[in-house]
Design a protein. Structure first.
Lengths: 255, 255
């Protein structure tokens, strides 16, 4: 990443506009699997496969945030960032984002032990999620914070998802989607902070380019999880032999 | 990985038989993408995408082996293991396995700078390959060595690949496949050593189970790279927006 390869220094506002453009181009809202999920084109087994695999991402979010927290020298910064861990872990057993995701997998009829164990995951899920953890450990704090900026684009996809899933799937209830309702308020708070941090601290052209690359990387983490799901459970529908097999596996309704 | 969850201690010969069973079940020779590749069902652009992405794996093999070498206390062991690095890096510019892979990508008409830069990779390729490097750094030396045992199954797939590609693709020459000819002698030598090491050092039921898990993990590293290729370049053929776009992109001949 040589300095001469970096674009020129831009204003913080211009940087924000470029980051939003990256999301418009690379966020997983543009992935074919999400179109199928939101449009009701998946069967129950395929939605189960999505929820089971996505649990690995949910499970690792506090590990990712703890790795970032462990690199923050400033108590004021840590006080803000720790809220992400509290949101996901809750204050007691059965509370928080991870527990809410397990309510969704329960509601979809998945065995909780199977989901929690991770043993039926697709390899592509595991590799993408763990790449994210390694990234925030190995890169600069600025890049680690920038990689969280996909939250900027979350509210739109969450609204589409909740609306689409409730309309199309009789096996999905509003209550089972409680995770997403919480994220609708948490994500903007988190991304507002991270965006402000990045705009203030990316004060050289090279740092700005690292920020853009961090967001592209994070988009690719989300995107490639859907590649793996689509390959294994939609077309050609050949799952890694040790991966989850839906009990009611059959062709998608209209895919 | 609790001791009571592990199967009972088995003989070294039984362990070997179980490892060969894992390969028969999970090695990527069973992946749909390989069936298409070997049967001549891919077009030139799809073969280019395979070679370009697979280069990331080739590029990282010496990094993986150096990470293992760096954890070997025994000079006798290091003298044997270092040969793997020599095989891939060669003794001069233009020699060795990495250079031979670049001869293949050259022969396929790929720009060498594009291939070497890695900027057109699929995210799934990168995440799987780097998971392998992290694995050999983080796990025990026994697990790191066991993860190399996919070489046991390489000669068969290489023979199928060379025969199939030469028969079906007029853009592939025997000379461009020189990488594989070398691997036909290197892989058995390497896997004989690793298998013997594993059979001698996995002397508890728990270590044997770690060895089996390491081989399953490595199979999943190879498998998920093909998931990503198939999704992006075969069906539905939607590549990550920053990934390689074949110049002659069109539908597969008969897929």
């Amino acid at each position: 990443m040589s300095a001469e390869a970096s674009p020129a220094l831009v204003s913080p506002e211009q940087l924000e506009a470029e980051l939003r453009d990256i999301g418009a181009r690379l966020y997983h809202s543009r992935h074919p699997f999400h179109a199928l999920l939101h449009a009701g084109k998946l069967n129950r087994g395929q939605v189960q496969a999505w929820a089971l695999n996505r649990f690995e991402y949910q499970r690792c979010i506090p590990l990712k945030d703890a790795a970032i927290l462990a690199r923050m020298d400033d108590p004021a910064l840590r006080r803000i960032w720790r809220q992400r861990i509290i949101d996901h872990d809750g204050s007691a057993e059965g509370e928080g984002g991870i527990a809410r995701w397990l309510h969704l997998t329960d509601a979809l009829g998945l065995d909780r032990e199977l989901v929690s164990s991770g043993r039926a995951l697709l390899p592509g899920t595991r590799f993408a999620v763990h790449a994210y953890i390694h990234f925030v450990r190995d890169r600069s704090l600025l890049e680690a914070i920038a990689s969280s900026l996909t939250e900027l684009f979350a509210p739109t996809i969450i609204s589409e998802r909740v609306t689409g899933m409730l309309r199309h799937y009789d096996f999905v209830s509003r209550e089972s989607l409680a995770y997403f309702e919480h994220r609708l308020t948490e994500a903007p708070r988190d991304s507002d902070f991270a965006l402000d941090y990045v705009k203030r601290h990316a004060d050289t052209a090279e740092k700005q380019e690292l920020v853009r690359a961090a967001l592209r990387f994070k988009c690719s983490v989300l995107w490639s999880q859907l590649d793996a799901l689509h390959f294994a459970y939609v077309e050609p529908g050949v799952a890694w032999p040790d991966a989850f097999v839906p009990a009611d596996a059959h062709a998608a309704a209209a895919a």
